[in-house]
Design a binder for this molecule. Structure first.
Ligand code: SF4
Ligand code: SF4
Length: 347
């Protein structure tokens, strides 16, 4: 593979090395790794054989801590969180005095019948549900009848709930427009994503066009949206984080969420990827570990995973970011190069 050239990593919309927002916008729960289906592209490797799940009482306690952060939004994803719909309803009912708003991500398998869809979504809305995130694409289609998606979306629209459809595909896959009726897709907030080769998706063959040669031009989402997993680990996102234990910020079973969030806010790495992006880090990674030039990535998240799982690269980046004043972190590359030349790093 030809070495890539990074021309420019400036982003005029991000003027400073600071979090654009000074608070955590959302803290959600990966409520379970259980899923009633097993899509081939599941980067979390969820399925009917998985048993990890939250204790509902712990979630209620944590929602209180989330509110204490000044955060107003939480949510539930999985796996299929609505496989435990009675527990989710109980949690929202217990936590109702907190006045939080919620999202739920679902594969809509609960919505085989429109009346059941209206009933469950109506109950959730009465307890604070503000938005529904629906996942559907060519990988869900073998397990989930399109009518389930139609019913869930219809019920959300009737109830005035925000609904967003997430669809992932490879270049060669059928698009969402060939899977669902036009009238359901009309006016829907649709987020199309690429297949990231992590979890089970690592077994899918990607074509040349699926890889993004300009992946390093991206940023980590500047909003702070954390995710708590059933083992208590707190991750900076729900992307592929759960397949990268190195991304963990802390564990709510051992420390207060507020302390974990404080550590996250101080983290030079997360501040850097959210405000400066990945192009400088890509150049740094290529210096520290020249084999990086031969790696291919689909999105910034795949490269982020690569960085945090590579001890030499991560140690180099963290040393530079920790030893320099935040204002001079634009000199990161020079610092990395000096470290490399001094032989302080092993590849
Ligand atoms: S992609 Fe979603 S619906 Fe499919 S197995 Fe994974 S968690 Fe379940
Ligand atoms: S770039 Fe890293 S921290 Fe940001 S969403 Fe992707 S995996 Fe998570």
């Amino acid at each position: 593979m030809e070495p890539m050239t990074v021309e420019d990593d400036s982003n005029p919309s991000v003027p400073s090395f600071l979090y654009p927002s000074d608070y955590v916008e959302k803290v959600g729960f990966c409520y379970t790794s259980y899923c009633n289906i097993h899509c081939a592209h599941c980067c979390s490797d969820c399925g009917p054989w998985r048993t990890e799940k939250f204790d509902p009482a712990l979630v209620v306690e944590l929602l209180d801590e989330i509110k204490g952060l000044g955060t107003e939004i939480s949510g539930f994803t999985g796996g299929e969180a609505l496989a435990y719909q009675d527990e989710i309803l109980w949690i929202l009912s217990e936590a109702r005095p907190l006045g939080l708003k919620y999202s739920v991500a679902t594969n809509c398998s609960f919505a085989e019948d429109i009346e059941r869809a209206r009933d469950l979504i109506g109950k959730l809305k009465a307890l604070g549900l503000a938005s529904m995130f629906v996942s559907y694409d060519v990988y869900h289609a073998p397990f989930i009848h399109p009518a389930c998606i139609v019913n869930a979306v219809t019920a959300c629209k009737e109830l005035g709930l925000s609904v967003r459809l997430y669809a992932h595909q490879r270049v060669e896959d059928k698009g969402i427009e060939s899977l669902l009726p036009e009238e359901v897709l009309a006016g829907l907030d649709i987020v199309s994503g690429r297949i990231i080769p992590a979890g089970r998706a690592a077994d899918l063959q990607l074509a040349e066009a699926d890889w993004n040669p300009h992946f390093y031009e991206g940023f980590c989402d500047p909003k702070s949206s954390l995710m708590i997993y059933p083992d208590g680990s707190v991750m900076p996102c729900c992307a592929i984080a759960n397949s990268s234990a190195n991304l963990a910020l802390g564990n709510v079973r051992k420390e207060k969420l507020a302390d974990i969030v404080a550590r996250y806010r101080r983290s030079p790495y997360f501040r850097f990827i959210k405000t400066k992006g990945f192009s400088r880090l890509y150049k740094a990674a290529c210096m520290v570990a020249p084999g990086t030039r031969d790696e291919r990535f689909v999105e910034t998240c795949g490269f982020c995973k690569y960085i945090v799982e590579n001890d030499a690269i991560m140690a180099a980046i963290q040393s530079i970011l920790a030893e320099n004043d935040i204002a001079v972190c634009n000199e990161l590359l020079d610092g990395i190069a000096e470290f490399a030349e001094a032989g302080a790093l092993s590849e």
